[in-house]
Each structure stands twice: as structure tokens, then as C-alpha cells.
Design a protein around this ligand. Structure first.
Ligand SMILES: Cc1ncc(C[n+]2csc(CCOP(=O)(O)OP(=O)(O)O)c2C)c(N)n1
Ligand SMILES: [Mg+2]
Length: 584
């Protein structure tokens, strides 16, 4: 990690002397390594405590050029590290900037400790003008619909409890972001005597519940009785043990296993029982699913939507077992709960609690259903425009057997060219479909992987990249190794397709679909935007030969601990979020 931000001349008081010293100490006690932020006067007391009381270590500040990057970095970090990062957002304005990232993390069930500030709440203490516009009544109300919990403590003692409670709630399944708003006046309160937060171990997150015995027995009976079982492998604990347990269950059950890019790598996609990745089901997948008589959903995101595609008449003939605790996150504001699926047995627990229990209870099977393994596709055609196929093939050729974590992927990524063989191969999408989170999330995941020996590679659409291009300054500043390949179709292509569909449906001219969508004239110079922030920038790349050379150079930079962006000009369908976000 970059050491340029080591404070000089610490005053050295060992005990908290100001309100915000106690608050910062509480965050340290909980084990937070980093706190991502963009500065603001509403938390100048807290900022001072991080620097001059804690010495900018444990947690260390990660300076961001926009609050949305700060939240996205924390989101991406938690996905890869398996533990949350803290974020500080300045009063109401920083909170508004950070709110999309908070929504994404909420929908993704990822913990983020969001600290905020307001005030002084006591009007008599406000500075003229600025303190008034940056003080809001019930500030947490701005984001309360898409966080798990929030508070605005009214004393330093209450702030300790609030920070500890927020941490516990964020990390208890189903996980999610939390918000603690720290009154500016309390932060700047000089303590008469030190207020020292207690050790944190008695305030740890609660263990995830295991499913009830009756439900387990009922699920086992359905699975033992089924002739053609399927597993829908959804939200995942992202550990090797959970990975191995899913494989053991699938093999004992002889089930065909479908995976979901939204959930990341959850099952080996080169396993003979892998039936493919599902978003919008193709005809073959519909056929395979309809032939199944029992389906085990491991917290499959949008189970009702998937079943509805296979059984459009809604008469689902298969028995459905759903291992999920997600209903505890549903609040009626956000429809991220998706449709209500028909379920015969609910295993009310995070899925990876249920998996080994089911495996132990199942009877061994005589006929294991093996799915014909997919044949590797031919090399992509090198005559036309570049595609994501070219990117995947060229990258594989260069990295060979080195472990790679794909820290961001666009929709349309050719999974058959890049088998997932372990839990850290891919961390999944953004949860809430909020574009612009790509750079921040990639940087956060790359920060978690720093020193892990894994290569962090992001493939990002040009629209997503440009919305948060200045997030990369943070990667350069803190020397976070990352290779970003921009799948640059010079358009918000997903939405071009929407305009195409609407025009056709209305009998109008679909050729106009590009208007208000194309990112050309002038063409943003993506390599220069990278270079301007201290990264290595390569491109634009137009041919497969150029691509191989560019990726070799980019991977060399990455292996050397550097940060590189490659601008790859792809055809219109080369990068498309359409399969991920678009409405058909
Ligand atoms: C914050 C936000 N703004 C707008 C959208 C709508 N939207 C969905 S996909 C998309 C295009 C993204 O462009 P790009 O990353 O280049 O991917 P492409 O569709 O071109 O493959 C847009 C604008 C969104 N999902 N989120
Ligand atoms: Mg694009």
C-alpha cells in the first residue's frame, strides 16, 4: 500500500480526547482496515481523529474523487474480501452522491458500513449558511428504503453502541449496507474524561441460522424421490469449503446444475453436470428445466422469473425447494425481491448452511444424470470487428494457468471460453443494475486481492467506464494492481436496442436508434483518460493481432503491480449489458 499518507508529528494522546476519537476507535475495534471517503466539513472532527489520533492506520483512508466511487469500492472490496469496508459520506450532499452505490450493495446483499455526518444538530452551534444547508432533519430517511438499519446517535456513548450495532446488523445474513449519521457537534465535543469503547468481540455478528430439521427431512424426501433433479446455484458464501460442498451435493444428487452470472462463480462451469449459465433461458435450457421433476434453488436470484420462463403457463410441474433467507431483506419499497415463486419446501437459511446438511441426509443414487459436456467453441472469426470472444481468447492465451479473478464482467461475456474453476474466479454483478459502479467495484475487489497472488482483471463497457472514469485515480494513488479492458462499442448499446425495439413496435424508423446513445464525435480517448491519471493506457485496439500484443503488455504491467487500461473497439454486440439489464 502507498505510504505517502503517513501523518507526521502525531500528538500522541493514547486515550480518546474528543468525541470523534471515540467514534474512530470504535471503528478500529471492529477490525475495519480501510475507510473510503471524499472529504467534507461535516466530518472534519472524525477525519482529524482518523489521521491525528489513529495515525491513518486500521483503518486507512482511501481517498476517492466521488462519493459513488467510495461506496462502490467498499462494495467490490466486501465481495472479494468477505468482510466489509467503511465509507464516510459528507452530510446530505455526499450521501446523495453515494446513494446509487448504496442501492447496488443493498440489492447485492453486501455489507457496507456507511458513516455519515450532519449538523451541528444544535442550531445554536451552526456556522452561518453552510452549516444550515448541510444539516437535514432525519438524514437517514434519504436512503432508509435500501439499507438494513440506520441511526443518528445523540451522545458519544450512544455513538459507540450505534457503530457496534450497525456493524453487527450489516454482517448478519442477509447482509447489507447500514448508515450511522454522526452529529458534527458531537464529533467536535471535547471529552472531560476519555470515553473508551469496549472490546468488540462480545458484539460480533450473529451466526447464520441453519434450516429446521423438518424442512430438511421434507427436502431430502423430495430430492431422494426425484428422477431428474436440477440445482439452481445462486447467491454464494464465496469460500472454497462452500464451493466443494456444492460440488459434493451435485454429484451425490446427480443433478444438472445451472449457474447465474449475477451471483458470480458458484460452481465449476467445466463440470460435466453444469447445464449452463442462465439469464434469459434459451430453448434448450427451457427444455432441460421442464424435464426436471425436482428443483433445488440455492438462493437463486429471481426464482419466479426463471420458473416463469420454463413454465409460461405458471403450472410448474417440478417440486421446488428453496434454500434462502432473503425474505428477511425485503421491505416493500424495493421490488428487488422479484416475483413470488411457488415453493414446496423452504429451507430458511443461507444456502451454504443447508448444502452440507442435505448432502449428508441424501441416499446415494444409482443413476447419476450426466449432462453432455459442452463442446469448446471454434476460434472467433478474425475478419470482422472484435468481440468479447476475442478478448476472452486473447486474455486466456496470455495469462495461461495463472489464477485470474474477473473483478467485473459485462453482460454477454462468453462463459464457455472461460471456465470458472474456483470461488474467486468471478464475483458477480452489481446487484442493483446501477451503471457507473464498474470502475469502483473493480478497484475495491482488486484492493482485496492485492498480495493474494491472483491477477485482477476487469472487463467494462465504455458507458460504465466513462461514468466513473476518475475512480481510477484512486487505484493509481494507492497502487492497486488492476487490468481494465474496456469493451468499447462507442455506445450505450443496451439502450440502443431498447430504442430499436420501441421504434419497430410503433412502426417507426429503427435506424434512428443511435441518436442520444452513441458516444462518438468526438470519440473520448480512453487511453489518454487513463494516462492522465497516472495509469498505463493502451489503445484504441481494432484488430486481433493488436489485441494480443496489447493484452500481453497489459498483463505484464499487472504482473509488475501496475494499473493499466486497454481500450478495445468492439462491434455493437461486443459488449452488451443487454442480456444482463435489458428488457426484451
Ligand atoms: C445509473 C444508470 N444510468 C443509466 C442506466 C441505463 N443503462 C443500462 S445499460 C446502459 C448502457 C451501458 O453502456 P455500456 O457500459 O457501454 O454497455 P453496452 O450496453 O454498450 O454494452 C445504460 C445507460 C443504468 N442502468 N444505470
Ligand atoms: Mg457501450
Amino acid at each position: 500500500m502507498n505510504d505517502i499518507e503517513t501523518p507526521a508529528g502525531l500528538s500522541g494522546n493514547a486515550e480518546p480526547a474528543w468525541g470523534s476519537d471515540t467514534m474512530a476507535q470504535a471503528v478500529r475495534n471492529l477490525g475495519y482496515k480501510y475507510v473510503a471517503l471524499n472529504p467534507g466539513a461535516s466530518f472534519r472532527g472524525f477525519h482529524d481523529s482518523l489521521v491525528n489520533f489513529l495515525g491513518n492506520r486500521d483503518p486507512q483512508m482511501i481517498l476517492c474523487l466521488h462519493e459513488d466511487h467510495a461506496v462502490s469500492i467498499a462494495h467490490g472490496y466486501a465481495k472479494a474480501a468477505g468482510e466489509p469496508m467503511a465509507v464516510v459520506l459528507h452530510s446530505n450532499v455526499g450521501l446523495m452522491h453515494g446513494s446509487m452505490g448504496i442501492f447496488n450493495a443493498f440489492c447485492d446483499r453486501v455489507p457496507v458500513m456507511v458513516l455519515g455526518a450532519t449538523g451541528p444538530v444544535d442550531a445554536a452551534k451552526r456556522r452561518p449558511w453552510i452549516d444550515w444547508i448541510h444539516t437535514a432533519q432525519d438524514q437517514g430517511g434519504l436512503i432508509r428504503n435500501f439499507i438494513k438499519w440506520d441511526d443518528q446517535p445523540a451522545s458519544v456513548e450512544a455513538a459507540i453502541e450505534s457503530i457496534y450495532r450497525a456493524n453487527k446488523i450489516a454482517r448478519t445474513a442477509p447482509c447489507g449496507p447500514v448508515y450511522v449519521c454522526l452529529d458534527a457537534d458531537l464529533q467536535e465535543l471535547q471529552l472531560g474524561a476519555p470515553i473508551v469503547p469496549p472490546e468488540a468481540h462480545r458484539f460480533a455478528a450473529s451466526d447464520a441460522p441453519r434450516p429446521g430439521d423438518d424442512a430438511l427431512r421434507a427436502a431430502t424426501a423430495f430430492l431422494d424421490g426425484g428422477r431428474r433433479p436440477a440445482i439452481l446455484s445462486g447467491r454464494f458464501e464465496r469460500t472454497q469449503a462452500a464451493w466443494d460442498a456444492r460440488v459434493a451435493l451435485a454429484e451425490k444428487l446427480g443433478a444438472v446444475v445451472f449457474t447465474d452470472f449475477k451471483a458470480g462463480a458458484t460452481f465449476p462451469t467445466d463440470h460435466p453436470q453444469h447445464g449452463g449459465s442462465i439469464q434469459f433461458l434459451n430453448d434448450k435450457q427451457k427444455e432441460v428445466l421442464r424435464a426436471c421433476d425436482v428443483i433445488l434453488s440455492l438462493d437463486w436470484i429471481d426464482l419466479a422469473g426463471t420458473l416463469g420462463q420454463a413454465w409460461p403457463d405458471k403450472d410448474v410441474s417440478a417440486s421446488i425447494i428453496h434454500a434462502s433467507i432473503d425474505e428477511y431483506a425485503h421491505n416493500g419499497w424495493s421490488m428487488d425481491h422479484q416475483g413470488l415463486p411457488p415453493v414446496d419446501v423452504t429451507l430458511l437459511s443461507p444456502p451454504d448452511e443447508a448444502v452440507p446438511l442435505l448432502t449428508a441426509m441424501l441416499s446415494p443414487r444409482k443413476n447419476v444424470l450426466a449432462v453432455a459436456h459442452k463442446v469448446a467453441p471454434d476460434d472467433p472469426d478474425s475478419a470482422g470487428k472484435l468481440t468479447l470472444d476475442h478478448v476472452a481468447v486473447a486474455l486466456k492465451k496470455i495469462v495461461k494457468e495463472d489464477p485470474v479473478s474477473l473483478v467485473r464482467l459485462p453482460g454477454g461475456w462468453p462463459g464457455d471460453r472461460w471456465p470458472f474453476t474456483g470461488p474467486l474466479d468471478f464475483f458477480g454483478y452489481d446487484g442493483g443494475g446501477g451503471i457507473g459502479s464498474g470502475p469502483g467495484m473493480a478497484i475495491g475487489s482488486a484492493l482485496a486481492l492485492k498480495d493474494s497472488g491472483r491477477l485482477a482483471v476487469a472487463v467494462i463497457g465504455d458507458g460504465d467506464f466513462l461514468m466513473s472514469v476518475n475512480a481510477f485515480w484512486t487505484a493509481a494513488h494507492y497502487k492497486i494492481p488492476l487490468l481494465t479492458i474496456v469493451a468499447n462499442n462507442q455506445s450505450y448499446f443496451n439502450d440502443e436496442m431498447h430504442q430499436d425495439r420501441v421504434a419497430r413496435a410503433r412502426g417507426r424508423n429503427p435506424e434512428n436508434r443511435w441518436i442520444g446513445q452513441k458516444i462518438t464525435d468526438p470519440n473520448p480517448d480512453l487511453a489518454k483518460l487513463a494516462e492522465a491519471q497516472g495509469l498505463v493506457g493502451i489503445g484504441p485496439i481494432n484488430t486481433s493481432d493488436e489485441l494480443t500484443t496489447a493484452i500481453a503488455e497489459g498483463v505484464a504491467v499487472l504482473r509488475d503491480g501496475g494499473i493499466c487500461v486497454i481500450d478495445v473497439r468492439v462491434g455493437p454486440r461486443g459488449a452488451t449489458a443487454a442480456t444482463m439489464i435489458g428488457r426484451r
